[in-house]
Design a binder for this molecule. Structure first.
Ligand SMILES: Cc1cc2nc3c(=O)[nH]c(=O)nc-3n(C[C@H](O)[C@H](O)[C@H](O)COP(=O)(O)OP(=O)(O)OC[C@H]3O[C@@H](n4cnc5c(N)ncnc54)[C@H](O)[C@@H]3O)c2cc1C
Length: 319
């Protein structure tokens, strides 16, 4: 098996799931080689070697200075032909899945997205998540070159016991200007600082919060803990918070160190968006709410009393 792992990056910056995916790829093929597209990512070679990349194929071309999914797919397809790779893997991020879809189209091969388990062989047996995580599907992949992505937050990122060589190998594909049919031409920053997707602590409010104004203590607690506020869909449906705060199947998928669900029942569509949280704390009046029964810790009580009491205690301890 000769495996390439495509690195999702934004101008040389990678998100955590990229190293999780490389860890999972290394478990399948100890000789996995990484692929970075664009010179901005050349500096990643050291980190990729630390996580087990035996080689790092650095794809360089004028058309690849920034993210251009079709051109990335086309360029990686040429690399696959040149290296004779038999498997290409990536992380199931939005970009990872998009680039792999273009690669599949370029090679005329199927892609299995968001895998949580892969049993390789002539035919790969795999389990993948569907419908935002509420369904696990068994899939079989019978193709001359296997293309797949790993669902984010299912493998812990771990450096290799001994760092691999990470030998940088330049590859220059043959691309015309039409290859980059979609490309980034401008970036607008809509949110700065801690964001819901990356916050280490998320304080999420649901119907139990009761109103837009009811979120003030949750905002205060999040600020005290260096975290972000999230919410359930009932909250966005009621117009108490914008959809960008929604956690879940049709919102943002998060994996913070600590998730505190206040007045949230824990419906499956919400749960799949936060189930990768390292520690789940529920604040709820109902001891039988799914969020309470599945949480690591629960406080049975009225959030309008519990959250201000927690804020007061934090302030008292910090003097
Ligand atoms: C296709 C589809 C997609 C969906 N996508 C999402 C999604 O992405 N995200 C999402 O969140 N939902 C989603 N939903 C909606 C989901 O099914 C639930 O309806 C929703 O998550 C419930 O929100 P909630 O927990 O805030 O409200 P409820 O289910 O009404 O729960 C409120 C909870 O608050 C507790 N409570 C009430 N008052 C207090 C108080 N004073 N103090 C403490 N606890 C209190 C109650 O005991 C209860 O457990 C989706 C639904 C569908 C059909």
């Amino acid at each position: 098996m000769s495996t390439l792992y495509v690195v999702d990056h934004d101008r040389g910056e990678i998100a955590d799931p990229v190293l999780e995916g490389l860890t999972a790829a290394r478990a399948l093929d100890a000789g996995v080689a990484a692929v970075t597209v664009g010179a901005a990512a050349d500096g990643l070679a050291g980190a990729l070697a630390e996580y087990g990349a035996a080689a790092v194929h650095q794809i360089h071309h004028d058309e690849l200075r920034d993210y251009a999914p079709a051109a990335w797919g086309d360029a990686i397809a040429q690399l696959v032909e040149s290296t004779g790779a038999t498997a290409v893997l990536s992380v199931g991020s939005e970009r990872g899945n998009e680039v792999m879809a273009h690669l599949g189209a370029a090679l005329d091969l199927p892609v299995v997205a968001n895998c949580i388990e892969i049993d390789p062989g002539d035919i790969w047996e795999m389990t993948r998540v569907r419908w935002g995580g509420s369904l696990h599907e068994r899939a079989r992949l019978d193709a001359p070159i296997k293309l797949a992505t790993f669902a984010p937050h299912t493998t812990e990122a771990a450096p290799a016991e001994t760092p691999a060589a990470g030998t940088a190998v330049e590859f220059v594909p043959d691309l015309g200007p039409e290859a980059a049919i979609t490309r980034i031409v401008d970036r607008v920053i809509t949110e700065e600082g801690v964001t819901l997707a990356t916050a280490p602590v998320v304080i999420a409010g649901g119907r139990g919060v009761g109103s837009e104004e009811g979120f003030a203590p949750l905002d205060e607690l999040a600020a005290l803990l260096g975290g972000a506020v999230g919410c359930s869909r009932v909250v966005t449906n009621n117009g108490w918070r914008n959809h960008k705060f929604q956690v879940g199947q049709t919102g943002t998928v998060i994996a913070p160190e600590v998730y505190i669900g206040c007045g949230i029942s824990g419906a499956i569509q919400h749960w799949v968006g936060m189930m990768a949280s390292k520690n789940v704390i529920a604040v709820n009046t109902d001891p039988d709410a799914p969020m309470v029964t599945k949480a690591d810790y629960a406080v049975i009580g009225d959030l309008h009393e519990v959250v201000p009491a927690v804020i007061e205690e934090i302030k008292r301890r910090r003097g």
